[in-house]
Design a protein. Sequence first.
Length: 99
Amino acid sequence: MATLEEDIALHVEDLESINLINGQSAKVYFTATSAKNKKGEPIDSKVIVTYTLAYTEDGYNYTTYKTGSMQCISEERSSLEIGEIARLSSSSRLTLKVS
């Protein structure tokens, strides 16, 4: 049995660089897509994208230090500025989720 959750999509574009310099501007670009009805039309015109930033000191265990959410238009390219909110002098992991 299919669910609407299976039809929601998130495409994240490759980063220009995986190395950020403290405080340097860096954007993550993505396109979030709403679930579609039987006619292939989006069910919602807007979706919520939630992000989490976490850091690690040992390369294995991560601790969340920043979370947030933003409303995006379905099927429209959006971005999140992470350079300004990333923790200084650490290895960070960004997680994006769409609902």
